[in-house]
Design a protein around this ligand. Structure first.
Ligand code: FAD
Length: 408
């Protein structure tokens, strides 16, 4: 790529590469430069999702990304076990790299590795060595960054992919095994049986703070592995995650409710832009949809329209997640830590099609009523106290200010 690229994407993670892949697929004369701080693209990850999170029109396209697919999965709670007939899929770093490989070979996709971007706007980026690069459009896909207008809890986990000597015997993924001891928050174990001998076991917990005691959680994974008779094994890979779970978003947040789009605004995609599911912190379905929609804009020749398109998408994403943020406040602030699992135990009693809609973000008003109606698994006074997002934000801000004052 000797000429100036049409598009620069900062960050060769999930959203950056899905967007590059889709845009290059639909527009045969497009050129894209992806700038990545680390020494390789696509990280070292697995990304899972319900097949029903993906619009039917996109399923053929993402087939090469899917490394494993199961027809159904299980959930387990102290008083409920259930198998859901919802196909579950996992992609990984290798399959994502393979998806963009043809575009790398054609030269239309170029990657700069070990290059940190320090400053960026809608049409230019400045690198650590102060070099400046320009393009008709710059997208910011640098992953999570805290934002003082977004109030968070966290989903944290440590996972190990192990190879067992004997077949492990698990057929279906277990998306939540919450029969484990609840330790100061909602805790569950997540198991993905990749092959007869290979399985991912992940110990996950939802708590207020972002700190992760990796050693402690890793030991819990080992205990689970041992208790299930998979003790004779080797560890193939280990991963950890601290994912944002949104409790509230301030309506004054400059991106949210933004009426004016400035030409210089850099456009954020992926987790950076808030495009993740508020309850799970998972971003694959949103990243995929954004990649598809950005590519459609570019196909129509509207590369200059991308800033307003992405800002509008951010606004409608935050709007759509109002209800999820309310549920999170119930889970994190209304329920007693050791009893938070009951919120999910109750949720998994609901019809399968409602559960599908919950995950892809398409709940109807009727669905929302069904989720809320009935004997609440949280104290009513605490539920009411945390109902209003505005009042919640006011209290959180006051608490932050008190902490700053106390420190001074
Ligand atoms: C271990 C783990 C497992 C997860 N599992 C799932 C899952 O199963 N399903 C799901 O939907 N979600 C999952 N998530 C959540 C989320 O989907 C991922 O975090 C996803 O990778 C986010 O995509 P992204 O493109 O926004 O950011 P990332 O994939 O994190 O990519 C950001 C990239 O930007 C680069 N970068 C950062 N700063 C700079 C800079 N200044 N200059 C240049 N490059 C920079 C980083 O090195 C990185 O490569 C998981 C997260 C983790 C951590």
């Amino acid at each position: 790529m000797d000429k100036i690229p049409d598009m620069i994407i900062v960050g060769a993670g999930l959203s950056g590469l899905l967007t590059a892949w889709r845009c290059l697929d639909v527009k045969p004369d497009l050129t894209v430069l992806v700038i990545e701080a680390s020494d390789h693209i696509a990280g070292d990850h697995t990304w899972s999702f319900n097949l029903t999170d993906v619009d039917e029109s996109l399923r053929e396209w993402i087939k090469p990304f899917i490394a494993y697919q199961w027809p159904r999965y299980d959930v387990k709670f102290p008083k409920r076990e259930r198998t859901l007939e919802i196909p579950y899929c996992t992609g990984n770093s290798e399959t994502l790299r393979a998806c963009v490989a043809p575009h790398l070979e054609s030269g239309r996709l170029q990657i700069m590795l070990e290059t940190k971007v320090t400053t960026l706007n809608a049409e230019r980026v400045i690198l650590e060595n102060e070099e400046m690069l320009e393009a008709a459009c710059v997208l910011d896909a640098r992953g999570f960054a805290p934002n003082e207008n977004v109030f968070l809890g966290y989903q944290k986990f440590v996972g190990k992919v192990i190879k067992t000597k004997q077949p492990h015997g698990l057929i279906n993924p277990i998306i939540m095994d919450a029969t484990v001891k609840q330790l100061g928050g909602y805790r569950f174990v997540y198991c993905l049986p990749f092959t007869e001998h290979e399985i991912l076991v992940e110990d996950t917990y939802y708590t207020d703070g972002s700190e992760l005691s990796e050693g402690e959680v890793s030991a819990r994974v080992d205990d689970y592995i041992e208790a299930h008779g998979w003790g004779d094994h080797e560890v193939v890979r280990q991963e950890k995650g601290i994912l944002p779970i949104t409790l509230a978003v301030d309506a004054e947040y400059p991106i949210y409710n933004k009426k004016t789009i400035y030409l210089d605004d850099v456009q954020q995609i992926g987790i950076r832009g808030g495009f993740y599911h508020a309850v799970t912190g998972y971003s694959f379905p949103s990243a995929l949809m954004m990649a598809y929609e950005i590519a459609a804009e570019i196909y129509d020749g509207d590369i200059e329209m991308l800033p307003s398109f992405i800002a509008a998408s951010q606004n409608s994403h935050w709007d759509n997640e109002h209800f999820f943020r309310l549920l999170n406040r119930m889970l994190f602030r209304a329920a007693e830590p050791e009893k938070r699992y009951k919120v999910l135990e109750r949720f998994y009693k609901l019809p399968e099609d409602l559960i599908e809609r919950f995950y892809w973000g398409g709940l109807t008003e009727n669905d929302k009523a069904r989720i809320l109606i009935g004997k609440p698994p949280v104290p009513v006074t605490k539920a009411l106290y945390n109902f209003s997002e505005k009042a919640f934000i006011k209290r959180e801000r006051a608490q932050r200010e008190r902490k700053v004052r106390d420190k001074a």
